[in-house]
Design a binder for this molecule. Structure first.
Ligand code: ZN
Ligand code: ZN
Length: 354
């Protein structure tokens, strides 16, 4: 059990006037007690630490959740409600972004305690990574990179987006990933205008950009990276767009340091694209936190609250998406250090001509 994490949670309990926490999301079950089964609930009060899971996962939970009492629970909300009642607490923080409304209503009815939405507590704690978490993400990035490097010779005309996505997934898993943390994106030519397009049966053609957004998970921790390559030589317009996105990416990364507001980092990338006349084609945030989930706090966007702190890990991924023409996105993950930041992902982002 990671006692430093538990202590941080107890600190938050006091600060927020909550007596206990109930965790239900797979990432937090793993984060709080090490249980990787993904199904169940973790309930902690200053006096007890419980994992409730069904018969399929009891042995696994007993092995993984050191320092926690494991209860077999085949009627989850009924059993969680009993555990809450037995503990005598009256105010329980829960993951309002994860627990379904139906489960909430049942839990409330059975436990008769105040369920307090406490989404920020754990998000804020998880946003600052421990050394071991960062090494897992670096390892995940190396695995994804190895897979991607093996894919490059296969990115040629006539290959279909779907085939490339499948081949890349194979290489990444073969290189040692637990899994790919999201569906790999491969979009080419005009389809590049879809920031999160699904790989299709379209063949890659000469002169097209190919945007590949990929990652790997290692011991639960994710890597997330995007490369945009070109098949054949770029036109002047393609070069201009690529260079602008690359400049936005580079300048935003250069600005990352403790104390810099997320809105400021976002504005740096946005301003570069606006000056290049491409501002209206950049319609998503500049980046997001990465950890056990591929998208987590913080949010590097015009609405992102807060500032960078040492130990945070997030992406910088500006993009330009022109309907009917295509798109470019360049994404890297950075670790905020004491004086600036370091890249976690490592593929060079100069335009690769295939
Ligand atoms: Zn990505
Ligand atoms: Zn991303």
């Amino acid at each position: 059990m990671n006692s430093a994490r538990i202590n941080r949670l107890y600190d938050r309990l006091n600060k927020e006037g909550i007596e206990a926490f109930l965790f239900t999301s797979p990432e937090n079950l793993r984060y709080v007690c090490g249980f990787t089964g993904g199904e169940g609930a973790v309930f902690i009060t200053p006096k007890q630490k419980l994992v409730l899971t069904d018969s399929r996962y009891v042995l696994q939970a007993e092995r993984e959740a050191e320092g926690f009492r494991v209860l077999e629970s085949n009627r989850r909300w009924e059993d969680v409600a009993s555990a809450i009642k037995d503990s005598g607490v009256k105010r329980v923080g829960f993951e309002s972004y994860h627990l379904t409304h139906e489960s909430y209503v049942e839990l409330r009815r059975r436990s008769k305690v105040a369920l307090i939405p406490a989404p920020m507590s754990i998000k804020e704690i998880r946003a600052i990574k421990e050394k071991e978490e960062i090494s897992c993400m670096r390892k995940a990035a190396r695995i994804a990179e190895r897979g991607f490097t093996q894919l490059i010779p296969q990115i040629t005309v006539k290959h279909r987006e779907k085939e490339l996505a499948l081949t890349l997934e194979y290489h990444i898993r073969k290189a040692g990933a637990d899994r790919t943390p999201f569906e790999i994106i491969v979009v080419s030519g005009k389809r590049g205008a879809h920031p999160h397009g699904t790989p299709s049966g379209k063949e890659i053609k000469k002169g097209e950009f190919v945007t590949i957004d990929f990652g790997a998970a290692y011991q639960g921790y994710c890597a997330d990276e995007t490369c945009t390559l070109i098949v054949g030589s770029p036109t002047l317009q393609q070069k201009r767009v690529y260079d602008a996105v690359k400049e936005a990416h580079d300048q935003a990364i250069a600005a990352v340091a403790p104390g810099v507001k997320f809105t400021e980092i976002d504005a740096i990338a946005r301003t570069v694209l606006e000056r290049a006349g491409l501002g209206k084609y950049f319609r998503h945030g500049t980046g997001h936190g990465v950890g056990l989930a591929v998208h987590e706090a913080p949010s590097i966007s015009p609405r992102g609250e807060g500032e960078a702190e040492a130990g945070m890990v997030f992406t910088i991924e500006p993009g330009v998406y022109v309907p009917g023409w295509g798109g470019v996105r360049i994404e890297d993950m950075v670790e905020v250090t004491r004086h600036g930041c370091e890249l976690i992902t490592g593929i060079p982002k100069e335009l690769q001509i295939i």
